[in-house]
Design a protein. Structure first.
Length: 165
């Protein structure tokens, strides 16, 4: 019986840690939204909606709403991370991220750099906290998202294993 209680406590603590990572990423996205809204409406809306959804996602994580919610949370965070990663590699033209018109970009020429001089999605590598992987600086917001993906995947496996016993 005490072993069952320990497993439940372990899952609960793990749930709170996982929820904290998505809340932290959501708060950072919300902080980016005002500056982005004034420069690029599409990018600003992405940060605003994404940040709100990431903060909301603490609820299904802690309350264990089920496998469908786990898949949606992990997949949504993966999409957010992939958008950031492809923008750092300049695989997405800036005008397709919501800024400007496609007509202003010559064919096959992708704009480089961030017009505002900011750190997202292009421009100089962010200063301060971060991790350099393969020559790309991974800022804290992305580290929180990577942590959330890993932790939530592990938590889903823990919950599934617990339900099977």
């Amino acid at each position: 019986m005490s072993q069952t209680l320990w497993k439940d406590k372990k899952i609960l603590i793990f749930s709170f840690v996982t929820a904290a990572t998505t809340v932290a990423a959501g708060i950072l996205h919300l902080q980016m939204a005002p500056g982005s809204l004034s420069h690029d409406l599409g990018q600003g809306i992405l940060f605003l909606v994404g940040g709100i959804l990431q903060i909301f996602w603490a609820v299904p994580v802690i309350k264990r709403w089920g496998k469908v919610w786990q898949i949606i949370g992990i997949a949504g965070t993966v999409v957010f991370f992939v958008l950031w990663y492809t923008s750092r590699l300049h695989l997405i033209p800036e005008n397709l991220l919501g800024g400007g018109s496609v007509n202003h970009v010559p064919p096959r020429e992708f704009p480089r750099g961030n017009v505002t001089g900011g750190e997202f999605p292009r421009g100089a590598a962010p200063k301060g906290l971060g991790l350099v992987v393969g020559g790309i600086m991974i800022p804290p917001i992305e580290m929180f998202q990577i942590a959330f993906i890993g932790l939530y995947t592990l938590l889903a496996k823990m919950i599934s294993k617990r339900q099977n016993t």
